[in-house]
Design a protein around this ligand. Structure first.
Ligand code: NAD
Ligand code: UGA
Length: 469
């Protein structure tokens, strides 16, 4: 059996390696991580991440050709192909803090590969990394090579959380970057052979290393830019009486634009968009391209503006203060169908409301109480623009309760903020909710999922993104 090893058992490494195991029964897949708690969760009935369909895939393969282990060295040394899916967060300190990618985990994984390897290996970059990172990893490996030959490939991952398994089973494309040398081409072919087990060959694109690395950053920057573009339009809609959903529909029918990523929202979140754009900005600045850097920074500026605008709208609508008022927050995850809260807009919105001394009652169907408390009591790493939200003080967190039901969250509340588009929020009994709330009862729909007309008939005062009040 061919042996492959995935380093990093997170949102990317776990699902990606599990799908390879599912689709390639003749490959033995070991997923390793330095986190003992994560690995024991992967080996239990309570997987460390929630993804629709993931549990079924893991149950099907675990114990056959898929294993999760903390014995990083053993599995790396035995593998012919090593996939690196470690985290590459924004640097919190030192040179480039707030923008550059922190490659600490990346570098330590590369050094460990160099230490334990005894045979030739293909190293696959799955993590999102700055363009030309393959050169750095090659240096680390080459200077400790003991005569071993390493081929580095860039194979960025394009899955979205919440649809990871579907995205992996049926990707738009698989991108593989490698060297043009015969050894490089051989390595590309070996990786292609794996994907070809379930992905149509014409969807597998091969490029040089730097194009593959940069394409991943460009991909996320383009997606985030669409959201900031429609969110910028939503502010103009509110000012002019246009409706953003109607503008989105009109745009979406233009085949040159297309229909995806045109939903106006309280702002984009997730662990990658902001981090990857800042990474791109840092690379542009390092190359003396300040105009290009400023162009991409604007995508993040608009995202922050959108979150601040939402907070201000809540406070100003509720007679310019939410002090002492109970606000129900429905949804905390950065999007539906995930328990992930990394960079969720809910953190900034909640902190903004707490800054005006609101009392928050938060309900999310998948996010744990501990996670919400941790998110609200941690101060964000700031990048280089002024933050308009109020600074956090420890007493604010006492104003937060986390409940396990939307009806409990909204009981006696003065206002409701919808911050994640969970399907269950669309079918709540809003008449009952209205009856149990303080009057006037406000709803601020940060995801535009509710039927505004019906809510107004019940008696709510409704604000949706990009729609007239
Ligand atoms: P994550 O934090 O969920 O997982 C990373 C894992 O790597 C952690 O469990 C950590 O313990 C482990 N790790 C760190 N250093 C290690 C080492 N030296 N040896 C073994 N394990 C180590 O991160 P993620 O969300 O899976 O993202 C991983 C990478 O994939 C990032 O570069 C990210 O930008 C990229 N990416 C993420 C997504 C997504 O949807 N989350 C999608 C595409 C690409
Ligand atoms: C995103 C990309 O879509 C993936 O292609 C990429 O692989 C991944 O980042 C990554 O590199 O990590 P993800 O962050 O998981 O995936 O989720 P998205 O569906 O892109 O949503 C990101 C944020 O944008 C969410 O907060 C979502 O609510 C918001 N969004 C999305 C909008 O506000 N409007 C939209 O129209 C679409």
């Amino acid at each position: 059996m061919v042996k492959i090893c995935g380093i990093g058992a997170g949102y990317v490494g776990g699902p990606t390696m599990a799908v390879i195991a599912l689709k390639c029964p003749s490959i033995e897949v070991a997923v390793v991580d330095i986190s003992h708690s994560r690995i024991s969760a992967w080996n239990s009935d309570q997987l460390p991440i929630y993804e629709p369909g993931l549990e079924e895939v893991v149950k099907e393969c675990r114990g056959k050709n898929l294993l999760f282990s903390t014995d990083v060295e053993k599995h790396v040394s035995e593998a012919e192909i090593v996939f690196l899916s470690v985290n590459t967060p924004t640097k919190a300190r030192g040179l480039g803090a707030g923008k550059a990618a922190d490659l600490t985990y990346w570098e330590s994984a590369a050094r460990m590969i160099a230490d334990v390897s005894q045979s030739n290996k293909i190293i696959v970059e799955k993590s999102t990394v700055p363009v030309r990172t393959a050169e750095a990893i090659e240096k680390i490996l080459a200077h400790n090579s003991k005569g071993i030959n390493y081929q580095i490939l860039s194979n960025p991952e394009f899955l979205s959380e919440g649809t990871a398994i579907q995205d992996l089973l049926n990707p738009d494309r698989v991108l593989i970057g490698g060297k043009e040398s015969p050894e490089g081409q051989k390595a590309i072919q070996a990786l292609k052979d794996i994907y070809a087990q379930w992905v149509q060959e014409d969807k597998i694109i091969t490029t040089n290393l730097w194009s593959a690395e940069l394409s991943k950053l460009a991909d996320n920057a383009f997606l985030a830019q669409r959201i900031s573009s429609i969110n910028a339009m939503s502010a103009l809609c509110e000012a002019t009486g246009a409706e953003v959903s109607q503008v989105s529909l009109a745009l979406s029918k233009n085949t040159k634009i297309g229909s995806k990523f045109l939903n106006a929202s309280v702002g984009f979140g997730g662990s990658c968009f902001q981090k990857d754009i800042l990474n791109l900005v840092y690379i542009c600045e390092g190359n003396g391209l300040s105009e290009v850097a400023n162009y991409w920074k604007q995508v993040i500026n608009v995202n922050d503006y959108q979150k601040n605008r939402f907070v201000k709208r809540v406070i100003s609508s509720m007679f310019n203060t939410v002090s002492g008022k109970k606000i129900a927050v429905l949804g905390f995850a950065f999007k539906k169908d995930t328990s992930d809260t990394r960079k969720t807009p809910a953190i900034d919105v909640c902190k903004g409301l707490l800054g005006d001394e609101a009392r928050l009652s938060i309900y999310d169907p998948r996010v744990t109480e501990d996670q919400i408390q941790r998110d609200l009591s941690t101060n964000n790493v700031e990048w280089d623009h002024p933050i308009h939200l109020h600074p956090l003080n420890p007493t604010m967190v006492k104003q937060v309760s986390i409940v396990r039901d939307a009806y409990e969250a909204t009981k006696d509340a003065h206002g409701i903020c919808i911050l994640t588009e969970w399907d269950e929020f669309k079918t709540l009994d809003y008449q009952k909710i209205y009856d149990d709330m303080q009057k006037p009862a406000f709803i601020f729909d940060g995801r535009n999922i509710l039927n505004v007309g019906k809510l107004r008939e019940i008696g709510f005062i409704v604000y949706s993104i990009g729609k007239p009040l």
